[in-house]
Design a binder for this molecule. Sequence first.
Ligand SMILES: NC(=O)c1ccc[n+]([C@@H]2O[C@H](COP(=O)([O-])OP(=O)(O)OC[C@H]3O[C@@H](n4cnc5c(N)ncnc54)[C@H](O)[C@@H]3O)[C@@H](O)[C@H]2O)c1
Length: 387
Amino acid sequence: MRKTINVGLVGYKFMGKAHSNAFQRIGMFFDPDADICMKAICGRDEAWVKSVAAKYGWQGYETDWEKLVQRDDIDVIDITAPSNVHKEIAIAAAQAGKHVFCEKPLALNLADAREITAAVKKYGVKNQIGFNYRFCPAVKLAKQMIENGKLGRIFHFRGLYLQDWIIDPEFPKVWRLDKKVAGSGSLGDLGAHVIDIARYLVGDIARVVGMSKTFITERPLVEKMTGLSGKAAENAPRGIVDVDDATMFLGEFENGALMTLEATRFAQGHKNAMSFEINGEKGSIKFEFERMNELIYFNADDEEGLQGYRTIQVSEGVHPYWSHWWPAGHVIGYEHTFVHELYEFIQCIANDKEATPDFVDGEKCSQVIEAVEKSIEERRWIEVNSL
Ligand SMILES: NC(=O)c1ccc[n+]([C@@H]2O[C@H](COP(=O)([O-])OP(=O)(O)OC[C@H]3O[C@@H](n4cnc5c(N)ncnc54)[C@H](O)[C@@H]3O)[C@@H](O)[C@H]2O)c1
């Protein structure tokens, strides 16, 4: 008999909306091997959660995640709340036998990430982490090209994640600037995505050395914690910013390739500029998220005199996920990455397969983050596996 997978979602703001939209779209554009039932969305502010539940497509709502996790009519818990609550919710969900999807970074730190991974292993539930940039068709194409040997031996990975939303010193101390809620700053928020892409495309990272800076060390406090935007009252008291505004690090992969990574919220003019370049012996590829339907490719085997970087428009039926969307060239966007990742998770549950990227990938990303932090503190190279 065809299965129905009942979902409960924690969080209703930025990621809560992105995931709700994705669950609504999956059945419309894909043919998953189970039906999806959007049972309940959870948030602490009853007026808010009630007002968005129906709009986002949920049958009902809860104001306490513990109640949501204990409900017998829920199979999957999807966590889109900040990092400080990931561990408690994920472990409780696994204990209750629910499959768990969790937004990145997996946890506040490596120790917590390890506890979460141990719990999903112990209770045998499917798990996936929200590294959605893996699910851009162009990134999937890059993966296929690397696996098919198009780049040959890889020498370099160069990753950037640049934003500019907190340059104003009067911008308040939102939760992303509070270590006890976010775990880390630009490194854990932005860098985590690029670390995951580096691991996905090139392999595990062996050693790192980094530097970081907090340019604005005190900011006005807001009464209610907000995410990416907010306004403090005039003459609001100030609080210490205890996370990094910008982090850069060098690394070496286990396969000998070299990497650089820069994550910053102080790159004036850049809004969500996640990009990477990979150079191999036979060719190079470049990707910029704000032009996510393109992959730039240099093929060293092209005819002499006609060589150069070419732009592949990754929006034809032959490209990953494309057959589910529009006619060739009718491009897709950010929200589609969530449709792809959650479709894959639903397929894994429906067909009893392990999901990817899973919490082990989340844990390995946290291990690299912590190695970078340790290298900054101790001003030396750190072996990632020593942690
Ligand atoms: N994959 C991506 O591209 C991406 C983008 C942004 C954020 N994120 C991640 O998603 C997570 C959430 O970020 P966001 O930008 O959506 O934050 P947000 O501030 O917009 O939303 C957070 C939500 O969590 C809810 N929440 C907080 N504590 C709660 C609790 N104890 N119980 C129930 N609900 C609670 C808040 O009420 C809010 O609805 C973070 O882990 C962040 O790193 C991922």
